[in-house]
Design a protein. Structure first.
Ligand SMILES: [Zn+2]
Ligand SMILES: [Zn+2]
Length: 417
C-alpha cells in the first residue's frame, strides 16, 4: 500500500471544519481592516527566495524543495509567502494607482525540516502584508488585528513580544559588536551557530540550544544601537500599543529567522503548546520591495502558523460534525428508486440528506442513522408505496408522521422550513 510522504499530513474531517472556521474568520476579520485576498502560486523561481530570505539562512541553505525547471531555471516550492506577495506587487505594478496596498494570503508552504512531532514539511500559513506605509501606527494596527483575530477564535493566554532590528544605518555597528563578542566564545556554540556567526551573527540570538542561549545571555542589545529614526519609530510603536491597551514584552532576543526584516519585529506567543510557542510572527521589511527590483516602498507583514492555531482552536471548540437532517431508509427496489431521486432533490434544495441503498434490514438502517446523528429518518417500503405515504420519524422524540409520497420533497421542505 502506498503511504503518505514522511513529514506530510492529511487533514481529515472533522478537523477540516476547524480549518475552515480559522480561515473564514481570518477572511472576514482582515477584510474589515481593508485587506484583500491574494493567491500567488506555490511555485516560484529559486532566485526569488535566495534574494529575499537570504542565502545564508537555514531555509535557503538546506530546507527548500528545489528542482530544475525548463531552460536552466531552478524552481522552488515556496517556503514562505512574503517573497511571492512582494514579487506580485512589483510585477503587476500594484503600487501604480496607490502605493498603499494591503493583502492577505492563505495557503501551504514547504520546508524540508527534520520531521518531528507537530512539525510538517507542508505547513500552512495565514499571511498579511501592508505596502507603502512606514508609520509606526500601521505596525500597531497589524498587531491589534492579529490579537483581535485570536480572541475571535477564543484563543487566550497569548503575549506580544516586541523588538526593533534597526535599519541598514544602525544595524552594522551592532552586528560588528555581537560578532566580536561571540568569536571569543565559539567553543560554547553549537555547530550551526559557529557557521551562522560568520554570515549572520544575529541568528545566534535565535538559537534554541541551551549552550548557545547561555553564551548570548549577556550579549549587547540591538535596542542600545538604534539610530535616532529607528529609536523614535520604536518608541511610537510602544506608545500606540499602550494607547490601545495591548500589553507587550520587549524581547531583545527576538530576531526572526529571515534577513529582510528591519525595525519592528514581533511574535505572538502561547504557553499552551510547549516548546514551540510562537503562533504568529512578523515585522517590517522596508527595503525588500526595492531589493527585489521594485520602487522604494516600506512594508510590514506577519505570518500565522495555521497548523498550530488549529491545534489551539480545536481544544476550545470541538469540531461540530453535523449529521444528516434527513436519512432516507428505503426498503426494496421500488422504494430505493424513489429515495434515490428524493435524495438528489433534497440535497439540491439545501437539506443535508443521506440515503442508504445497502438493502439491509430496517433495524440495521436505523442503527446507521443513529450513528450518523440523523435528525429524521424517512422510511419507505412496499406497503408505504401502496398507501402513497412515507413515514418521517424524529430520532430524538420518536414522533412519527406520514408524508404524502406524490409531494414528498415539498412536504419535507415545509417540515424543515
Ligand atoms: Zn536605524
Ligand atoms: Zn546554536
Amino acid at each position: 500500500m502506498i503511504q503518505l510522504v514522511r513529514g506530510f499530513k492529511d487533514i481529515l474531517p472533522p478537523e477540516t471544519a476547524v480549518w475552515r472556521h480559522v480561515e473564514n474568520t481570518a477572511r472576514e476579520h482582515f477584510e474589515k481592516f481593508g485587506f484583500r485576498e491574494m493567491r500567488p502560486p506555490v511555485l516560484e523561481q529559486t532566485a526569488l527566495f535566495q534574494r529575499s530570505i537570504g542565502e545564508h539562512t537555514d531555509i535557503v541553505e538546506k530546507e527548500m524543495y528545489t528542482f530544475a525547471g525548463s531552460r536552466d531555471t531552478m524552481l522552488t516550492l515556496r517556503p514562505e509567502a512574503t517573497a511571492s506577495v512582494v514579487r506580485a506587487y512589483i510585477q503587476h505594478k500594484l503600487y501604480a494607482a496607490d502605493p498603499v496596498c494591503k493583502f492577505y494570503t492563505i495557503g501551504p508552504m514547504f520546508r524540508r525540516e527534520r520531521p518531528q512531532k507537530g512539525r510538517y514539511r507542508q505547513f500552512h500559513q495565514i499571511n498579511a502584508e501592508v505596502f507603502g506605509i512606514d508609520s509606526p501606527y500601521i505596525d500597531v494596527q497589524l498587531i491589534f488585528m492579529l490579537m483581535t483575530y485570536f480572541s475571535r477564535l477564543s484563543v487566550t493566554g497569548l503575549s506580544v513580544h516586541l523588538n526593533s532590528l534597526g535599519c541598514p544605518e544602525c544595524r552594522p555597528a551592532y552586528r560588528q559588536k555581537l560578532s566580536e563578542m561571540l568569536s571569543d566564545r565559539t567553543g560554547d556554540l553549537c555547530e550551526d551557530c559557529v557557521r551562522r556567526l560568520e554570515k549572520n551573527p544575529l541568528r545566534v540570538l535565535d538559537c534554541k540550544k541551551e549552550p548557545c542561549r547561555n553564551a548570548v545571555s549577556d550579549a549587547p542589545s540591538m535596542l542600545d544601537f538604534l539610530c535616532g529614526d529607528c529609536r523614535s519609530h520604536f518608541r511610537a510603536v510602544q506608545a500606540a500599543l499602550d494607547a490601545i491597551d495591548i500589553p507587550y514584552e520587549i524581547d531583545p532576543r527576538l530576531v526572526r529567522g529571515l534577513d529582510y526584516y528591519t525595525r519592528t519585529a514581533f511574535e505572538i506567543q502561547t504557553e499552551e503548546l510547549g516548546a514551540q510557542n510562537a503562533v504568529a510572527g512578523g515585522g517590517r521589511y522596508d527595503n525588500l520591495v526595492e531589493m527585489l527590483g521594485g520602487p522604494s516602498q516600506p512594508a510590514i507583514g506577519f505570518a500565522i502558523g495555521a497548523d498550530r492555531l488549529v491545534e489551539l482552536v480545536e481544544t476550545k471548540i470541538p469540531a461540530p460534525e453535523p449529521g444528516p437532517v434527513i436519512f432516507l431508509a428505503p426498503m426494496g427496489e421500488a422504494a430505493m428508486e424513489l429515495a434515490a431521486k428524493w435524495a438528489c432533490l433534497l440535497s439540491d434544495a439545501g437539506v443535508r440528506t443521506e440515503a442508504d441503498f445497502s438493502g439491509r434490514s430496517l433495524k440495521a438502517l436505523m442503527r446507521r442513522a443513529d450513528r450518523l446523528g440523523a435528525e429524521n429518518v424517512l422510511i419507505v417500503g412496499d406497503r408505504e408505496i401502496e398507501q402513497n405515504e412515507a413515514i418521517l420519524r424524529n430520532m430524538k422524540t420518536r414522533d412519527q408522521k406520514s408524508l404524502p409520497m406524490d409531494r414528498l420533497v415539498e412536504s419535507v421542505l415545509e417540515h424543515e422550513g
